[in-house]
Design a protein around this ligand. Structure first.
Ligand SMILES: Cc1ncc(COP(=O)(O)O)c(C=O)c1O
Length: 466
């Protein structure tokens, strides 16, 4: 911490901290005020950082992930797309075409809304999915994480209420918390957010926005049902709150596409309350940092100003790359390959779960898309055993507690089938099964078995956590 700064201040009538006796000390998170007299105080600034930095704590779980660099640990934790699933040669070709056809533009400033021809192609594609969009309804953002941040800055003042389906994406939770929002969890089941509980919460707390991941949600993999999508839209219209629909995984269905997006389902009145996000991270390349958002016109204007203040515009080269990729018609065939790749990955995990975990209390629903298994281990605190899972058994997952605000479900865990190979998935689940038995039955019975099996199962390391 920097050396505390000490100031002697005259205090105006309006700002007087206390009509209190001289000598009294008043504390705030980053200041101490020593009252000297009615209009004079000594201010000791104990921290130079904004209060926001204290609202988001580095989690103990994240710290454990430093252990993942060990080559003998299999990570089922990360949500990175697999390099084997991405069409990297296609992306390279599109980058080359961008550089050959528009070298100067590729490295030039662009406008804050995004490269117009790319927005045209995105809007065209969105229209095929029932979303009535023109290029002018869209803003290109530097990943959808930035979109969440910009929306939050435009809508949320410290103390405002934000509703989130729970569990939900940690990056969104932290963004809301950093801004000082009062984040209110709404329970979900396999059909998405529970509408009755949502309505009750809305009537009582009047949140400004509701954050949802309707398709193959992170971390649950659940898909919100058509019925609930329509019900939530009606609630937004009646109670006047924004729905932020984060569609990061909607393209990654295995067989059947999910129901239409909330934006596609909304009538004209409901549309005024829908902000839709989609990302190229999982379907093109996360390193391009490319996503888009659509919002009602006035909302969009505010977001564009926030973006100007944040990064002026999204990387021109990334946008031109995506433009050439889409224009060449490369996305649809790549998506088809990706869908069957992730389906095979998910099946490998399903087979391993069946073979290795059937004798344990583990239960999980098989996902129909996305990247995650969301599992429950009754009576096991998954955060408490993570260190052992990594250290002793050589496998990592994300404990469910990371995805909650308020009361976490300690028995949950997220397993990703995205970036490990099928072989690693099988071995990772075997190790997890050993870990669960070890934790449930007591370590002593297993000491000898573990020592030999763990040593003989060294598998090459894969990509680590985002
Ligand atoms: C639900 C969800 N939203 C947003 C993001 C951020 O993605 P990006 O900023 O790469 O577009 C992620 C990342 O994993 C996510 O899972």
């Amino acid at each position: 911490m920097a050396t505390p700064a000490i100031f002697l201040c005259f205090v105006s009538e309006g700002k007087r901290r206390r009509v209190s006796a001289p000598g009294r000390i008043v504390r705030s998170p980053d200041h101490l005020y020593v009252i000297i007299g009615k209009f004079l105080e000594l201010t000791i600034q104990t921290s130079h950082y904004a209060n926001a930095v204290n609202r988001v704590q580095p989690s103990a779980i994240r710290e454990l992930f430093s252990l993942l660099s060990r080559p003998d640990v299999i990570s089922l934790a990360g949500g990175f797309p697999s390099a084997a699933a991405l069409d990297l040669n296609g992306v390279r070709g599109a980058t080359e075409r961008a550089l050959i056809s528009s070298l100067a533009t590729s490295f030039q400033y662009g406008n804050s809304e995004g490269y117009e021809p790319l927005r045209e192609l995105i809007a065209q594609r969105a229209r095929t999915k029932g979303m009535k969009l023109d290029a002018s309804d869209l803003l290109i953002t530097t990943g959808s994480q930035q979109a969440i941040d910009l929306i939050t800055r435009v809508l949320v003042d410290p103390g405002d209420r934000v509703a989130v389906e729970t569990p939900t994406y940690l990056g969104a939770l932290q963004t809301f918390q950093f801004q000082g929002a009062d984040v209110l969890p709404v329970p979900t089941d396999h059909e998405g957010v529970k509408v009755e509980e949502l309505e009750e919460m809305i009537v009582r707390h009047r949140p400004k926005l509701l954050y949802l991941i309707p398709n193959f949600a992170n971390p649950t993999g659940y898909v919100m049902s058509l019925r609930r999508r329509k019900q939530v839209l009606a609630l937004a219209r009646i109670h006047r709150f924004y729905i932020v629909e984060d569609d990061a995984y909607g393209e990654l269905y295995f067989r059947e596409p999910p129901p239409p997006t909330l934006l596609a389902l909304a009538n004209d009145e409901e549309r005024q309350w829908v902000v839709h996000l989609a990302s190229f991270s999982k379907i093109l390349a996360p390193g391009l940092r490319l996503a888009w958002l659509s919002a009602p016109a006035e909302f969009l204007r505010h977001v564009v100003v926030a973006k100007q203040l944040s990064d002026t515009h999204t990387s021109t080269l990334s946008q031109l790359t995506a433009f050439h990729y889409l224009r060449a018609g490369s996305l649809e065939p790549a998506l088809n390959r990706m869908r069957s790749f992730y389906e095979n990955q998910a099946r490998a995990m399903q087979r391993a779960i069946k073979a290795e975990l059937s004798g344990t209390p583990f239960n999980a629903m098989h996902p129909e898309g996305g990247m995650f298994y969301w599992a429950d281990l009754p009576f096991v605190d998954t955060a408490a055993i993570l260190r052992n899972a990594i250290d002793e058994h050589g496998v990592a997952y994300v404990p469910g507690a990371a995805f909650y605000t308020g009361q976490p479900a300690h028995t949950r865990l997220r397993l990703s089938f995205a970036s490990a190979s099928a072989e690693q998935i099988g071995e990772g689940i075997r190790r997890l099964a050993r870990c669960i038995r070890w934790e449930s039955l007591g370590a002593s019975n297993h000491a000898s078995t573990h020592a030999s099996t763990h040593a003989s199962n060294q598998i090459p390391r894969q990509e680590q956590l985002p």
